[in-house]
Write a protein that binds this ligand. Structure first.
Ligand code: ADP
Ligand code: MG
Length: 387
């Protein structure tokens, strides 16, 4: 927040209107289920993106970030000509996130075009599968919702963030990240039904059980991540069409025998991942509620195996991280996020965290991979006004 405030002072001589923030997230379980109308169980983390915002006398938006070479300024009336774009967006990519949020907000609610200055700073690692994108969207949406007095609720703001990411930035993602960033709670996860958008808070109780959630960031993003994501979505749509359902959410584990008979092998494995992963989310919620967090390790392990073997979105780095963590005493581990790189998570007894860090670092060195970044995250609050 201090960095955002300092940046704001370079942008404007006025006192800011306030400071808002939104967190990154880790998805505990439920991968690629969101766009299949299924279930996910993310939690907000203790890494946040901060937006310090002030009013202007005109009807323009100026936004800057610690990322940016220079501020980007547009008239609020021009937002509709920028987004949605059919090709090259006329602003730098980073600016499409906050300006896309402003654009989507103006379509979600009516309000006078009140000019604002926005300064953004973040400690959410970018491209590590922790959704720095939902954090910047959430911080901007929460801020402008207040400054423009729009009165939208958290779910509406999550939809705004998703629309910005889908249509202004052009990234075809589901709603999970924005919901986690908006609704997160300390020491809890958000159990989200991606069809109804109903969300339930599920206590995690990691600290009470002496557990830490370790993130092993491989620092690798593979080139085919965008193409691979699109391909997986297409496979899921094909599988749903062949099964005669609206989305794979409507297929039960018991229906998989039939699925195997009516589709070719690769599509079947993609379908099997989604169907079993949905069930694993339900089982994880049940286990957390009845047995506590020490019981969910095998579900995390099974989720990883399914992504590695059936959905084929893991990488050698992610597999190495997961195996090293388990070997060093983690109760369960899996890759998290969209795959093709990014981070793995390992649910780890507090006194094994150093061993997991050492084992992952050593395994990466032995395999000739560049060193991973290993850190713990704490389930934390969602978007909020800080000052
Ligand atoms: P992630 O997995 O971190 O969400 P994405 O590719 O979805 O990765 O989003 C990362 C992009 O979001 C960055 O490349 C940048 O364009 C934008 N972004 C994230 N955080 C910031 C920030 N603090 N300032 C400006 N842009 C940001
Ligand atoms: Mg993202």
């Amino acid at each position: 927040m201090d960095a955002a405030a300092a940046l704001f002072a370079t942008l404007s001589h006025r006192a800011p209107e306030g400071a808002w923030s939104a967190p990154g997230r880790v998805n505990l379980i439920g991968e690629h289920t969101d766009y299949n109308d299924g279930f996910v169980l993310p939690f907000a983390i203790d890494h946040r993106t901060h937006a310090v915002v002030g009013r202007r006398d005109d009807a323009r938006i100026r936004v800057t970030s610690t990322f940016a070479d220079e501020p980007v300024e547009v008239a609020i009336d021009e937002l509709d000509t920028l987004f949605p774009s059919d090709g090259d967006v006329a602003v730098p990519e980073w600016a499409a996130y906050p300006l896309g949020v402003a654009w989507a907000l103006r379509h979600a609610a009516t309000a006078p075009a009140l000019g604002v200055d926005i300064a953004i700073a973040s400690d959410v690692p970018v491209g590590a599968g922790l959704s720095s994108s939902a954090a910047i969207e959430g911080a901007t949406a929460a801020a402008l919702n207040d400054v423009w007095d729009l009165g939208l609720d958290s779910v509406a703001l999550a939809r705004v963030g998703r629309r910005a990411e889908n249509e202004a930035v052009g990234a075809p993602t589901g709603i999970m990240d924005q919901m986690a960033a908006m609704l997160g709670r300390a020491d809890a996860a958000i159990f989200l039904d991606c069809r109804s958008l109903q969300a339930q808070v599920v206590d995690l109780g990691f600290a009470g059980a002496g557990l830490d959630l370790v993130v092993i960031d491989t620092r690798v993003t593979h080139a085919h991540s965008t193409g691979g994501y699109r391909e997986r979505r297409e496979s899921c749509e094909r599988g749903a069409a062949l099964m005669g359902v609206r989305a794979l959410r409507d297929v039960d584990v018991a229906d998989l025998d039939r699925a195997r008979e009516i589709m070719e092998e690769v599509t079947f494995r993609r379908v099997r991942h989604i169907v079993t992963e949905n069930q694993r989310v339900l089982d994880t919620v049940q286990a957390l509620r009845t047995q506590g967090p020490t019981a969910i390790g095998p579900l995390l392990d099974a989720s990883h195996a399914s992504m590695r073997d059936d959905f084929e979105i893991s990488t050698p780095e992610l597999d190495t991280a997961v195996e090293a963590a388990r070997g060093a005493g983690a109760l369960g581990a899996r890759m998290t996020g969209g795959g093709f790189g990014g981070a793995a998570i390992a649910l780890t007894p507090h006194d094994r965290v150093d061993a997991v860090r050492d084992a992952a670092t050593r395994a990466f060195a032995d395999a000739g991979f560049s060193a991973p970044r290993v850190f713990t995250v704490i389930p934390s609050a969602g978007a909020r006004r800080d000052g």
